[in-house]
Design a protein around this ligand. Structure first.
Ligand code: PMP
Length: 431
C-alpha cells in the first residue's frame, strides 16, 4: 500500500468508499467495547484470588513488631509492608509511609497538604498568588486533574525518548519560584511507555529549584511492570531517584509513589510513598490528624502472599504472560494496517499499561468520536494533556489490558478503520 499522501483524489475517494462500507458493517453490529482505561483484565484479577485466603484460619494476626493488625494504630504501615513496598522503589524502609488502597490518593493528599499547610514550614501554596506545576506531555490525565482542581497552573513539557525535555525543566525549576512541582512517571510512562534515562534522572536530582518547597512527584506506578521476561540486567531500569537526590545534596526534593493496584487488585491493593526522613516526619505530623492508621490487615495479607519483593517480581511474570499477547496483537495490527501509510506513529512499549498513538495533526478527536459512534470507547482525545487540550489534536491513548483478546482484535480493527477514514477525510479536505 502506498503512503496516503501519494494517492490521487480518485484513489482516496475509492478507498474512502471501501472503508466506509467496512465501518458501517462494524457499526451495525452494535458493539460495546472499551480500551479507554488501564484496568487489568479478569484473568489478571483471578490470579490474585488466592491472596484472599492467606489470612483465613490464622489465629494470630500480629505484625512482626507484635502489633495486632486487627486493631487501631500504626500511622505509617506495619514494618514488613514498609519493607515490601520499599523493595518496589529501592528505598529504605525508614523512608516509607505505607497507607491505603490508592497511590493517587496519596499524591492528592500531598498536594492538598502543601496547599493547606505548606511543606516543611513554607508558605501554604493556597496563600500564594501563583503556583505552577510542570506536566510532561503526553502524561497521566488524573495527575493533571489533581493540579487542575487546586487551581495550579499547568505547563506542558515535551517528552523525549529519554524522559521530559530537561532543558525546559531546568529552565523553569531553576528560575521560577512559583514552579512548585512536576508530575513524573519515570518507568513505562503513562501513556508513552518511556523509561527515563540515567542522564535524565541525574539531571532531575541536580536541579537547583528557585522554590525551596519544589517537589518532584515521582509516580513510579509501573516500576516492576515488565512485559518481557528477561534477566534483570537486561530489563529497562531507572536510577534510584532518592539516592541520586541525596548524592546531589537535594535529599528532600522528591516524593516517590507506588502501589500494588496493577499487581493485585486496583482499588484494593496497598499504596505507599517514599521520601527523605525529613519529608516523612513533616508528612506524618499532619497525617496523624487525618487517620488513626491504614488497613493493616490488607498490608499483612499482601506481605504474607508475596513473602518479599522477589516473590512480587516473580509474580509479575504471570501478569506479563497474560497481557503481552494483548499488546502484541494491537501492535501487529497497527503495523500491518498502518505501518506503510505514513499517517500515524505509535509507541512500542516493553512495560506498563499503554500504547501511545499519534495520528495526523487535527485528527485525534474525530477518530475517537468515530470509534464511539460504532461502540468503541477510547480515552478522550486530549486527556493526556493538561486541561484536556492536546495542542496538536493528535494523541490517543490505547489501553489493551481490559478486553479479551477476541474483543481487542475487533476493537483494533475498528480503530484502524476509523483512523484511515478520518485521515482520508482530512486529506480530501486539504486537496
Ligand atoms: N499513577 C499512574 C501513572 C497510573 O497510571 C495509575 C493508574 N492508572 C495510578 C497512578 C493510580 O494508582 P492507584 O490505584 O495506586 O491510585
Amino acid at each position: 500500500m502506498k503512503p496516503y499522501r501519494e494517492l490521487s483524489k480518485e484513489e482516496l475517494l475509492a478507498l474512502q468508499e471501501e472503508l466506509q462500507a467496512e465501518y458501517d458493517t462494524e457499526k451495525a453490529k452494535g458493539l460495546n467495547l472499551d480500551i479507554s482505561r488501564g484496568k487489568p483484565g479478569k484473568e489478571q484479577l483471578d490470579l490474585s484470588m488466592p491472596m484472599m485466603d492467606v489470612l483465613n484460619g490464622e489465629t494470630v494476626l500480629n505484625a512482626e513488631n507484635g502489633t495486632d493488625v486487627r486493631n487501631y494504630g500504626v500511622l505509617d504501615g506495619i514494618p514488613e509492608a514498609k519493607e515490601l513496598m520499599a523493595g518496589m522503589v529501592g528505598a529504605k524502609p525508614s523512608q516509607m509511609i505505607v497507607l491505603g488502597n490508592s497511590s493517587l490518593n496519596i499524591m492528592y493528599d500531598c498536594v492538598a497538604r502543601a496547599e493547606l499547610f505548606g511543606i516543611m514550614g513554607s508558605t501554604p501554596w493556597s496563600q500564594l498568588d501563583k503556583v505552577k506545576f510542570l506536566c510532561p506531555v503526553p502524561g497521566y490525565d488524573r495527575h493533571f486533574g489533581v493540579t487542575e482542581q487546586f487551581g495550579i497552573e499547568m505547563i506542558n513539557v515535551p517528552m523525549t525518548e529519554d524522559g521530559p525535555d530537561m532543558d525546559v525543566v531546568e529552565d523553569y525549576v531553576n528560575n521560577d519560584p512559583s514552579v512548585k512541582g512536576i508530575w513524573c512517571v519515570p518507568m513505562f510512562s503513562n501513556p508513552g511507555g518511556v523509561v527515563y534515562s540515567d542522564e535524565t534522572v541525574k539531571r532531575f536530582a541536580n536541579l537547583k529549584p528557585a522554590a525551596k518547597d519544589f517537589r518532584i512527584f515521582w509516580d513510579n506506578a509501573y516500576g516492576i511492570h515488565y512485559l518481557y521476561d528477561r534477566p534483570e540486567s537486561e530489563q529497562p531500569h531507572i536510577l534510584n531517584i532518592l539516592e541520586e537526590c541525596e548524592k546531589a545534596g537535594n535529599p528532600d526534593m522528591v516524593y516517590e509513589f507506588c502501589s500494588t493496584s496493577k499487581i493485585t487488585f486496583p482499588g484494593a491493593g496497598v499504596a505507599a510513598m517514599a521520601s527523605s526522613e525529613a519529608n516523612v516526619a513533616d508528612i506524618k505530623a499532619k497525617l496523624q490528624w487525618q487517620t488513626i492508621g491504614p488497613d493493616k490487615i490488607n498490608q499483612l495479607r499482601h506481605v504474607r502472599y508475596f513473602k518479599d519483593i522477589n516473590g512480587m517480581k516473580e509474580y509479575m511474570k504471570k501478569h506479563a504472560e497474560i497481557i503481552r499477547p494483548k499488546f502484541e496483537a494491537v501492535l501487529e495490527t497497527l503495523e500491518k494496517e498502518l505501518g506503510e501509510l505514513g499517517i500515524a506513529s505509535w509507541s512500542k512499549p516493553v512495560g506498563g499499561y499503554f500504547i501511545s498513538f499519534n495520528a495526523q495533526k487535527g485528527c485525534a478527536k474525530a477518530i475517537v468520536a468515530k470509534c464511539k459512534e460504532a461502540g468503541l470507547v477510547l480515552t478522550g482525545a486530549g486527556a493526556a494533556y493538561p486541561y484536556g487540550n492536546d495542542p496538536e489534536d493528535s494523541n490517543i491513548r490505547i489501553a489493551p489490558t481490559l478486553p479479551s483478546t477476541e474483543e481487542l482484535s475487533i476493537a483494533t480493527a475498528l480503530f484502524v478503520t476509523c483512523t484511515k477514514l478520518v485521515t482520508i477525510e482530512k486529506l480530501l479536505a486539504e486537496m
